[in-house]
Design a protein around this ligand. Sequence first.
Ligand SMILES: *[C@@H]1O[C@H](CO)[C@@H](O)[C@H](O)[C@H]1NC(C)=O
Ligand SMILES: *[C@@H]1O[C@H](CO)[C@@H](O)[C@H](O)[C@H]1NC(C)=O
Ligand SMILES: *[C@@H]1O[C@H](CO)[C@@H](O)[C@H](O)[C@H]1NC(C)=O
Ligand SMILES: *[C@@H]1O[C@H](CO)[C@@H](O)[C@H](O)[C@H]1NC(C)=O
Ligand SMILES: *[C@@H]1O[C@H](CO)[C@@H](O)[C@H](O)[C@H]1NC(C)=O
Ligand SMILES: *[C@@H]1O[C@H](CO)[C@@H](O)[C@H](O)[C@H]1NC(C)=O
Ligand SMILES: *[C@@H]1O[C@H](CO)[C@@H](O)[C@H](O)[C@H]1NC(C)=O
Length: 914
Amino acid sequence: MMINYNHTVFAFLLLSLGIFKLGSCSANNVTVKCIKSEREALVKFKEGVFDIPGKLSSWVGEECCQWKGVECDNDLGHVTKLNLSNPAGRPRHFDYYEIYPYVTSRNRASAWDRCYAKSREYQSANNYCTGLCNGNSAYARSCVKSARLLGDVNSSFSGDVNASLSGEITRYLGNLSSLTHLDLGGNYNLSTKNLDWVSSLSSLEYLYMGGVKINPTKADWLHAINMLPSLQELSLYSCELKHLPSSLTFLNLTSLRVLDLSYNPFNTSIDLPYNPFNTSIPQWLFNLTSLKNLDLTFSNQRGKILDSFGRLGGLKYLYLGGNHFYGSIPASIGNLSSLKELDLSYNEMNGTIPESFGQLSTLVKLYLLENSWEGVITEAQLMNLTSLEEFVLTTNNKSQPLVFNVKVDWRPPFKLKILHLESCLIGPKFPKWLQVQSELTYVILKSVEINGTIPEEWFSLISFNLTHLDLSNNQINGSLPHQLVFPNVTKLFLQSNLFSGPIPSNISDLMPNLQYLDLSKNHFYGEIPLSISKIKQLKILVLRRNNLSGELPHHWNESQMGLRVVDISYNNICGKIPSSMGFLGNLSILVLSNNNLSGEIPSSLQNCSIVSMDFGGNRLSGNLPSWIESNIFMLRLRSNLFSGIIPRKWCNHYKLHILDLAQNNLSGGIPDCFNNFISMVDHNTSWYEPIENYTEKANIVTKGREYEYDRTLQLVTCIDLSGNSLTGGIPIQITSLTRLGTLNLSMNHLNGSIPENIGNMRWLETLDLSNNRLFGPIPGSLSSLTSLVHLNLSFNNLTGRIPSGSQLQTLIDATIYEGNPLLCGSPLPTKCLGDETSDGPSITGVDDYERIWFYASIGLGFVVGFWSVCGTLLLKKSWRHCYFCFCDDIKDRIALLIALRVVHLKRKFGLEKN
Ligand SMILES: *[C@@H]1O[C@H](CO)[C@@H](O)[C@H](O)[C@H]1NC(C)=O
Ligand SMILES: *[C@@H]1O[C@H](CO)[C@@H](O)[C@H](O)[C@H]1NC(C)=O
Ligand SMILES: *[C@@H]1O[C@H](CO)[C@@H](O)[C@H](O)[C@H]1NC(C)=O
Ligand SMILES: *[C@@H]1O[C@H](CO)[C@@H](O)[C@H](O)[C@H]1NC(C)=O
Ligand SMILES: *[C@@H]1O[C@H](CO)[C@@H](O)[C@H](O)[C@H]1NC(C)=O
Ligand SMILES: *[C@@H]1O[C@H](CO)[C@@H](O)[C@H](O)[C@H]1NC(C)=O
Ligand SMILES: *[C@@H]1O[C@H](CO)[C@@H](O)[C@H](O)[C@H]1NC(C)=O
C-alpha cells in the first residue's frame, strides 16, 4: 500500500510538472491566471466560429493559458502565441508532378488562367458536361487539385475540410496585445471582414492566415500589416486578396523574412505608358531587403522579371510559378548568392537564361517547367551550380526551342537526383554530361531529339536508384539491356522511339517493381515474355504498335490484381485470348485490336472488371459475349468473324458510348432497346474515371474517315453496325439517343422506313444508312439535324422529295442519295413532279414542318456548314463546352475553363451555401 501511495504522489508530481511545461505558462509550479480581457477576446473568437474539427474543445474554464493552441507569457500571463492552424491545408512547392501529371507543351496560357481566374466567371452549368470534361482532361484534374490550394475546400480533394474552422474572425482578437505568433493558416472556411484588428497586434512577429478569406473589397490589408514593425513572417496564401498596392509611402516591414502571397487573384494590369517598370510586381517589395523567402506563386503577376530582384540578395527561396511573366531571366539573378530554390514554372518566359546563372552555387532546386525558353545553354549557365539536385526545364517554344550546347567532354559540378528536360534540344547524341550523373532517381528526357543509342554504362550507373525513366518521343535505337537489374524502377516510358530487339525475357527479374510500362510505337519484335505475367505490381502494360509476334502470355494469375490496362494492339499476335486473363480481377481496359487473334472470346473475362474492350481487326469468331457487364463504356469488336445476333442482354449497358460491331457476320435484328444506352442520351452523369499515366486510344470511323482518338475518347458517342447481315427495321428507340454522334447501319439488309422522328438525334454528325433495303420517304425532320456533316442514304429504295433546309443545304453532294431511283429534288438531277420550271431549291410544295425549318434555320445552316466540324455544337448551349474539349488540341484551354466551373459549382453548392 505504501509503495502504491508513493507511486501515486510521484506520478501526480510528474503529471503536474508535465502540464505546466506543456502549457509553458508558468515559471514555477504556481499557475498563472490568464488575463481576463484576453480570455474574453478568445471566448469571443470561439463564439464566432464553427468548431467542426473540435480544435477549441479544451477552451473552457478560466485558465486560458492552458487552452489548446494558446501560449502565454511566463511572467505577465499575456497570450503570446495562438496556433489554430490546419497544416494539411498548406500548399506545397514543386508538387507539379502530382498536380499536373500530364501537362505537356500544348497550352501557352498560364496556369493561372486555366486554373483560377475564369473559374469564377463561368456560371452556367451542365453537370454532365462538366463531369465529362473533368474526367476527360488531365488539366481539369490538376485544376481541381489546385482549386484545393486556391481555397476550394469542397473540391474532390477535401481531406482538409474537416480540420478547418469556419466562420468569421472577430476583431476582438486585436485585444491580444502581446501576441507574437498568430497562426490560423489552412482554415479555408474562416473569413474576416478586414485586417484592421491585426494592426493593433504591434508585437506580432509571425502572422499566418493562409486560406482565410479576407474581404476582397478591402484594399487596405497591406496598411494594416504595415503597422507591424516587428513582423518577420507573413503568410497570406489563398486569401482571395485582389488588391496589391503598387506604391507605399513608407515601409515599416524592415524585418520581414518570409512573404507568401501565393494563390491570390490579384487584379494586376500594366498600364504601359505609365509603368516604367513594365511589371506588376510593386516596387516597395524590393525594399524588403531582409527577405529570405518570397512566394508569389499563382498570384496573377505580369510583365518582365525585373533586375530589381538583384537587390534581394538574401533570398533563399524564390517562387514565381504560375504567373504571366515573360522575357528573360535578369542577369542580376547572379546576385542571389544564397538562393536554394527557384521556381519559374508555368509562366510565359520567352527569353534566355543569363550566364550569371552560373554563379548560383547554392541552388538546389531549379524548376523552369512550361515556358517558351529560347537561346542556348552552355557550360556558363551551369558551371558553378555545385549544389544542384533537381533540374526541371520544359519548353513549349516549337519554333526556336532552347538548345543545350556544352562541350563534349564537359563534366558538370553537380550530381542530379531529378532531371526533367522536355522539348528542348540536347541531342542528337546522348550527352556526356548526362552520362556522369550517377545519382539520378527520376529522369524524363522527352522530345529532346536524342538520336542513337543510350550508353549501357549510364544505365548501369543509375540502375540501382532509378525509380522513374521516361525517354519517350526521341529517335533512340538499340535494344533494352538484358542483364541490368533496375530494382526500384516503377515507371518506364519508352514510347515513340526506334527501340528494337526483343523485350527481355526475364523482365520480371530485371524490373520486379514495375508498375507502368509503355513501350508503344517502337520496333520491338519477338514474343511477349511470359515473365511479364510475374510482375506483381504491374498496373499498366502498353505494347501498342510494335512488331511483337507469337501468342499472348498464358500464365496470368491472381497475384496481378493491380493490372488495370493491357494494350497490345497493332502487333502480330496470334492464337487465342488466354482464359487465364480472367484472373486479372481489376483489368478494366483490354485493347488487343489489329492482331491475328482467333477463336472465341473466353468467358472467363467476365471475372475482370472490363469497362473498355477493343478487339477490332482480328479473326475472332463465335457469338458475341452476352455476359459483358453493364458498366462497359466501349465495346469495339469490328472487323472480326463474329456471328449470331446482337445479345438482348446488352440492353442494360447504360454507360455504353461506343458500340462498334461493324464488319462481322452478325444477323438478326437490331434490338429495340437501344434507348437504354443512356450515355448516348443527354444525361447528367459521367462515369469515366481516369487512370493515372494512361490515356486510352481507339480508332473510330466517323465523318467518313477513321480517326485515332485519345484524350477525347470519352466524349465520342458512336454506334456502328455496318457491314453485317442485320435484318428488320430500324427500331424507333434508337431515335431517343439524342447524344449520339455517329450512327452507321450501312451495308446490312435492313428494311422498313427511316424513323419519322430521326430529327430528335440532335447530336448526330454522321448518319450512314446506305446499302440497305430501306423504303418510304426521307423524313422531313432530318433537316433539323443541325450538326450533321456526313450523310449517306444511297442505295436503298427511298422515295419522294429530298427534304431541304438547315444543315441539309450544305450537304449538296448527289451521291448521298444515289441509287434510290424514286427520289427526286435537289441535289439530284431528277426533278420532282411540279418542279419542272424551277431551277434553284424551291420551297413551294414543301410541307409546313419543312417550311418552318427552312425559314428558322437557313441562317443556322449556313453558320453550321461554315464551322463544319468543331464549330457545329457551338449552337447547342448545353453541349458546346463539352464539344470544345472533344476537339483535341485546340480546345484544351476551354476544356479547362469548364472544369473550373465544376470547382465553382462545388463551391457554390458546398460549404459556402451557409
Ligand atoms: C510549489 O513550489 C513551492 C516552492 O517553490 C513548494 O513549496 C510547493 O510545495 C509547491 N506546490 C506544489 C503544489 O507542488
Ligand atoms: C509604421 O509603424 C508605426 C508603428 O507601428 C506606425 O505608427 C506607422 O503608422 C507605420 N507607418 C505606416 C506607413 O503604416
Ligand atoms: C525604397 O527604398 C528607396 C531607396 O532605396 C527609397 O527611396 C524608397 O522611398 C523606399 N520605398 C519605400 C516604400 O519605403
Ligand atoms: C515575348 O513575349 C512578349 C509578350 O508576349 C512579346 O512582347 C515579346 O516580343 C516576346 N519576345 C520574344 C523574344 O519573343
Ligand atoms: C564560378 O566560380 C569560380 C570560382 O568561384 C569563378 O571564378 C567564376 O567566375 C564563376 N563562374 C561564373 C560563371 O560565375
Ligand atoms: C543510391 O542512393 C543511396 C542513397 O541515396 C546512395 O547512398 C547510393 O550511393 C546510391 N547508389 C548508387 C548506385 O548511386
Ligand atoms: C539520326 O542519326 C542518323 C545517323 O547518324 C542519321 O542518318 C539520321 O538522319 C538522324 N535522324 C535524325 C532525325 O536526326
